[in-house]
Design a protein around this ligand. Structure first.
Ligand SMILES: [Zn+2]
Length: 166
C-alpha cells in the first residue's frame, strides 16, 4: 500500500501520511465578535449552539484519495434543526447507533480552496463505538461534492495540506 506523501509548497519539505484536519467551530462562530462569543455561543468539541436558536454538530467530511487506500478526513460542521440536534445529543453516548436514520442539514464549514461550501446540502450518518458521524454531501456539481463522489486528486490534497499544516 502506497503511503501518501507530497512536497509541501509552504515549507518545501516532503510530508508523509494524511493528517486529520478540521475546524474547531462552525463558520457562524467566526462571524460573532470575539467579545460576544462567551455570552452568545455554547461550544463543545462536537456541538455548538448560537443565540439559543442555531444548532450545529461536528462530523467527518471524508474523501477517497485517488490512487491511495487512506482517506482524507476533514472535521466539519453542519447545521441541524433543534429537534434533530436533540436527537444527536440523545444518541451521542449510545455505542450502537449506526442504524438510526441520517439527518439532513447544511454544511457549516469552509474547506480551502473551495468557495461557497458553507451552504451545501448534507446528511449526517451515525457510526458506532463513539466514532464521529460521517457527513455526506448531496451529490451536485459543486466541486467539493464532486470530490466526495469521485475522489480527490493527490495534487489537490497536497495543496490543501500545505495550506492547513502551517
Ligand atoms: Zn510543509
Amino acid at each position: 500500500m502506497k503511503t501518501f506523501s507530497f512536497k509541501c509548497a509552504t515549507c518545501e519539505e516532503v510530508h508523509s501520511g494524511i493528517p486529520s484536519l478540521g475546524s474547531h467551530a462552525p463558520i457562524y462562530y467566526f462571524s460573532v465578535p470575539e467579545a460576544e462569543r462567551a455570552e452568545r455561543i455554547f461550544l463543545t468539541e462536537d456541538t455548538c449552539v448560537l443565540d439559543g436558536s442555531h444548532f450545529f454538530v461536528r462530523g467527518c467530511l471524508d474523501f477517497a484519495v485517488i490512487g491511495y487506500e487512506e482517506t482524507f478526513s476533514f472535521g466539519a460542521w453542519m447545521s441541524l434543526s433543534e429537534a434533530n440536534f436533540e436527537r444527536f445529543e440523545a444518541l451521542f453516548h449510545i455505542d450502537d447507533r449506526a442504524e438510526n436514520e441520517p439527518m439532513g442539514g447544511w454544511l457549516s464549514s469552509r474547506l480551502y480552496p473551495f468557495e461557497g461550501t458553507e451552504k451545501l446540502v448534507a446528511r449526517i450518518h451515525f457510526r458506532n463505538h463513539g466514532i464521529r458521524p460521517l457527513i455526506v454531501l448531496e451529490p451536485s456539481d459543486h466541486p467539493l461534492s464532486r470530490c466526495q463522489q469521485e475522489g480527490m486528486s493527490p495534487e489537490l490534497l497536497g495543496k490543501i495540506l500545505a495550506y492547513y499544516l502551517h
